[in-house]
Design a protein around this ligand. Structure first.
Ligand code: MEV
Length: 445
């Protein structure tokens, strides 16, 4: 029986991996030997790769595996991609592949980057009474801001990026004494979080000094924090598909016009009804997050940004849109996202490196387009199922193997039960019943 610690452990991060495991298993595991074997079983066989993983974060004990799959046949701007996806949800890769195939024969996806600008702020407080003075000093300090961030921005400027502009913003209406330096950046192919944050911290120092040197009897400023914003509405991409209405609905059981109208109505519902919009956008993020993860990008940033954007018109809305005009069905997504194809773990994690290679080593703009397409495709498949067969038919079919694995079915049993459900709707109880019947257990056996 394990014994929970009663006191905080000090210096845990300094212990070796084995010492950490010993301590944890002693206090938190009911089956320490089996648990140790399980955790060690997930260590990478190459010591070199394991060392990389160990050093990605603090206190690494093991590796957390996720299925890494691929959705082929994505035609985007005329180029054909196989898109890597890291995701645990059964139906996501299948749904993406289905949409890719569907649109392959209808001209494929078109995508374009609308803008690539990132943003960050020095949030500060100033209790002086004359904002015009602050504004004038800020204008005079522009050259100094650029000069003092020179060393930090040199490499980025050599790649065509850097600090684009700096603005002073008076926010005193929303919080007493609250001002910002709002800085806009071009970070080229890197997500740029470290670059932006370093620049902002330098700008904060320069600004504090400039105010100190010039303030006379006025109060100084207090810098509250200097940090990038993960809301990047000016770093935005569009992906779209369109086709004549008479080609929109091959094989889904309802007529083309009815399908197109029902689809557009489903999108309008997701625009006016936040309860639906959240689930609708969650489905989009199924596709987006899976590729963001596979390419080693920051899915928390991408998620936070997408949802802020979805709420930016005052209520939470669908990120995708559909229209029917002049006999054409058009379906598109506009979504801001900040991604990197250099920096972070992009050149370290072997699977991430492979994902980039699979995509042809895209730059950040191309990756934004690919990922927006993955989100649009995912949403197309979900809405298509929702307005025709219902979502559960496909979902449960994909989930069937999870249920059978939980029941510890053998490979042969799995094959037979999958065959049994080929033309039937899968439910949990139906799968359990079929399993017990096959084993000759239960009332109907
Ligand atoms: C499930 O992960 C995602 C869906 O619920 C999305 C949707 O309802 O549009 C199917």
């Amino acid at each position: 029986m394990n014994q929970r610690p009663t006191e905080a452990i000090k210096g845990f991060s300094k212990l070796s991996k084995q010492q950490k495991l010993d301590w944890l298993l002693k206090h938190y595991s009911t089956h320490p030997d089996a648990t140790r074997a399980m955790l060690e079983g997930y260590w990478h066989s190459s010591g070199e790769v394991q060392k990389l993983h160990d050093e990605f974060i603090e206190n690494t004990l093991s590796n957390f595996y996720m299925p890494f799959g691929v959705a082929p046949n994505f035609k985007i701007n005329g180029k054909v991609y196989a898109i890597p996806m890291a995701i645990e949800e059964s139906s996501v890769v299948a749904a993406a592949s289905k949409a890719a195939n569907f649109w392959f024969d209808r001209g494929g996806f078109k995508a374009s980057v609308i803008s690539m600008t990132k943003i960050g702020h020095v949030h500060f407080v100033w209790q002086g009474g004359d904002p015009q003075w602050l504004e004038a000093l800020f204008a005079q300090t522009q050259d100094r801001f650029m000069a003092e961030t020179e060393a930090l921005t040199r490499n980025m400027r050599a790649r065509g990026g850097g600090i684009l502009d700096l603005k002073l913003k008076d926010k005193t209406d929303s919080e007493p004494g609250y001002y910002q330096i709002e800085a806009r950046f071009d970070t080229r192919d890197s997500m740029g979080a470290n670059f932006i944050n370093s620049c902002l911290e330098e700008l904060a120092k320069t600004w504090t000094l400039a105010v100190e040197e010039n303030r006379g009897d006025r109060p100084g400023i207090q810098v509250v924090m200097s940090i990038l914003s993960n809301f990047t509405p000016e770093c935005k991409v569009r992906a779209e598909v369109s086709c004549p209405i008479d080609q929109i609905n091959e094989g889904s059981g309802i007529g083309n016009q009815e399908f197109a109208e029902k689809f557009a109505r489903a999108l309008r519902i997701a625009t006016v009804e936040p309860y639906r919009a959240v689930t609708h956008n969650k489905g989009i993020m199924n596709g987006i997050d899976a590729v963001v993860m596979a390419t080693g990008n920051d899915f928390r940033a991408v998620e936070a940004c997408a949802h802020a954007y979805a709420a930016s018109q005052g209520s939470y809305r669908s990120l995708t849109h559909a229209e029917i005009a002049s006999g054409t069905f058009r379906f598109w997504i506009d979504i801001p996202m900040s991604l990197g194809t250099v920096g972070g773990i992009t050149s370290l994690h072997p699977l991430v490196k492979f994902s980039h290679e699979l995509l042809g080593n895209p730059n950040a703009e191309e990756l934004m387009q690919i990922i927006a397409v993955a989100g649009l495709a995912q949403n197309f498949s979900a809405v298509r199922s929702l307005i025709t067969s219902g979502i559960q038919k496909g979902h449960m079919k994909m989930h069937l193997l999870n249920i059978l694995n939980q029941l510890e079915a053998t490979e042969e049993e799995k094959e037979q039960i999958v065959e049994h459900f080929k033309d039937k709707v899968v439910s949990f109880s139906g799968a359990v019943e079929a399993f017990f019947k096959l084993r000759g257990i239960g009332p109907d056996a």
